[in-house]
Structures are given as C-alpha cells and as structure tokens.
Design a binder for this molecule. Structure first.
Ligand SMILES: [Zn+2]
Length: 63
C-alpha cells in the first residue's frame, strides 16, 4: 500500500511529501524530516499514528 503524505496537510508551509510503499524506512524518514526541518521530535508511535490516521494499516509495513 502506497502512502501519500504531504507536510502541507499537517499545516506546515513545506513542500516535503512522501509517496512510497510504507516501510520502517518511511517512518524514519518522516521522523528525521520533522526533527530537522521543523524542530519537532515525534516518537515512532506518533508517526505511526499519523500514518494510521491517513487510513493505512501498519500491518503492511515491510521490515
Ligand atoms: Zn516539512
């Protein structure tokens, strides 16, 4: 399942977007982005929650 997520959708003025198969790497990429670009330290759980809120199941996450 492909995740499409834009920073803009979360109220950031930011062009960052993700459009890829969800994997552990996706979560790390999002965490890194939020921390480096926005100074927000989201936990893995928080990021997973964001993804789930987009209607994605985390069962499909590939290791
Ligand atoms: Zn951003």
């Amino acid at each position: 399942m492909t995740l499409k997520l834009r920073c803009e959708d979360y109220g950031f003025e930011c062009q960052f977007e993700i459009d890829e198969e969800i994997s552990v790497n996706t979560i790390e990429k999002l965490q890194k982005h939020f921390e480096e670009e926005h100074g927000i330290d989201y936990t893995v759980e928080a990021v997973k929650q964001m993804i789930q809120n987009r209607g994605h199941s985390l069962d499909s996450i590939k290791k």
